[in-house]
Design a binder for this molecule. Structure first.
Ligand code: PLP
Length: 405
């Protein structure tokens, strides 16, 4: 018997920890860009599981891969070889990755592993001073203690100290500040080519190339966190390909599994060699079902040319958002993004929340990040008609907020 939304909410409130301020919507089913709630109401899903549902909901290639693998072998442990993991690692290298992969289960875990890898790399080279990790203001790298230490946001760090030492923020976009901070104690610099949670901030190409040049010159590694902006979303499979920059380490998660939980640390063979047997591990990491889903996701993204599609539709979408900005200048302060990673910035947090509530009522899912940025991360399979339908809903929600203001 299917439960109604009230029953699901009541049960959740009683038994699930209250870490999320959830919207009063219980989702039960999805197909493509659409999801349905417990009452049967249909929504256009322009949040896409926060960049997880890159192929939309229940894409046939992903469903088939999961079904076939689930009937064959669900789990073995990492004491044995499995084909889906080996093939996924090769596919990520072929897609333009740095060459070697380690699989885990989430984004935070991928970043934790990347920090460990960077430190061990310098340690094995006999450089015991290089232990510090520099991250950027407004960055988001996850909720585990190390990833949290690299996420310089007081609201989410508060009350969890002491955080691990050796993590320091530098101002995002400021090459001179990085120049001053990059001394011989720095193991790695981590940044998101397009900041997600921080409010959809694409790196300036000159800046990212400058960071690459500086880190190389000073002997520090460059870790790119592509957990949100990777997987074709910004117009190239890896966002860094669109910037012409080659990182030492890349982290992926979110969209990698097409909906299943999986994360990856990718590194050049030279850096990856710092991890020797026993140095790192994960019981579930690289689980055959998750890897089979991820392989189907990567193959579909490449076979269907979805990165180029994300670039084209993203430009179209951004143009339509700019029209909304022109129509509602009292609500919309800015629109920005890269590919299908878009933000509509309101003047006030209250406005952003009201616009989102209006979207929910009209059947469009998105979210608000960094206080006043309405974030749009539709599946890369979204159609132009669906973009238009989403823009029409946004238009209605904005008109309502502009009228009330
Ligand atoms: C979501 C996210 C993470 C954390 O991923 P989890 O799977 O939630 O641990 C890290 N970095 C970026 C850029 C993210 O968007």
């Amino acid at each position: 018997m299917a439960m109604d939304a009230e029953a699901i909410q009541a049960l959740d409130r009683e038994y699930v920890m209250g870490t999320y301020s959830r919207y009063p919507i219980a989702l039960v089913r999805g197909r493509g860009t659409r999801v349905w709630d417990a009452a049967g109401k249909e929504y256009l899903d322009f949040l896409g599981g926060i960049a997880v549902n890159v192929l939309g909901h229940c894409h046939p290639a992903v469903v088939r891969a999961i079904q076939a693998q689930a009937e064959t072998l669900i789990h073995t442990s990492n004491l044995y070889y499995t084909e889906p993991m080996a093939r996924l690692a090769r596919a990520l290298a072929a897609a333009g990755g740095p060459g070697k992969a380690f699989f885990c289960n989430s984004g935070a875990e991928a970043n934790e592993g990347a920090f460990k890898l960077a430190r061990k790399y310098h340690w094995r080279r006999g450089d015991r001073r290089r232990v510090r990790i520099l991250s950027m203001t407004y960055a988001f790298h996850g909720r585990t203690l190390g990833a949290l230490a690299a996420t310089p946001k007081p609201e989410i760090q508060e009350g969890f100290g002491p955080l691990p030492p050796g993590f320091d923020p530098v101002p995002w976009g400021d090459l001179e500040a990085l120049d001053r901070a990059l001394d011989e104690t720095v193991a790695a610099v981590i940044l998101e080519p397009v900041q997600g949670e921080g409010g959809i901030h694409p790196a300036d190409p000159e800046y990212l190339r400058g960071v690459r040049w500086l880190t190389r010159e000073r002997g520090a590694l460059l870790i790119l966190d592509e957990i949100q902006c990777g997987m074709g979303r910004t117009g190239t499979f890896f966002a860094y390909q669109g910037y012409g920059v080659e990182p030492d380490i890349v982290t992926l998660a979110k969209g990698l599994g097409g909906g299943l939980p999986i994360g990856a640390i990718l590194a050049t063979p030279e850096v990856a060699a710092a991890f020797q047997p026993g140095d790192h591990g994960s019981t579930f990491g690289g689980n055959p079902v998750a890897c089979a889903a991820a392989l189907a996701t990567v193959e579909t993204i490449l076979a269907e040319g979805l990165p180029a599609r994300a670039r084209e539709l993203g430009e179209y979408f951004l143009g339509r958002l700019a029209e909304l900005q022109a129509r509602y200048p009292g609500v919309v302060a800015a629109v920005r993004g890269r590919g299908l990673m878009l933000g509509l910035v309101c003047h006030e947090a209250d406005q952003a929340r009201a616009v989102l509530a209006g979207c929910h009522r009209r059947g469009l899912l998105a979210n608000v990040t960094a206080g006043r940025v309405l974030r749009l991360l539709p599946p890369l399979t979204v159609t132009r008609e669906e973009v238009d339908a989403g823009v029409a809903i946004l238009d209605g929600a904005l008109a309502e907020v502009a009228g009330a203001g």
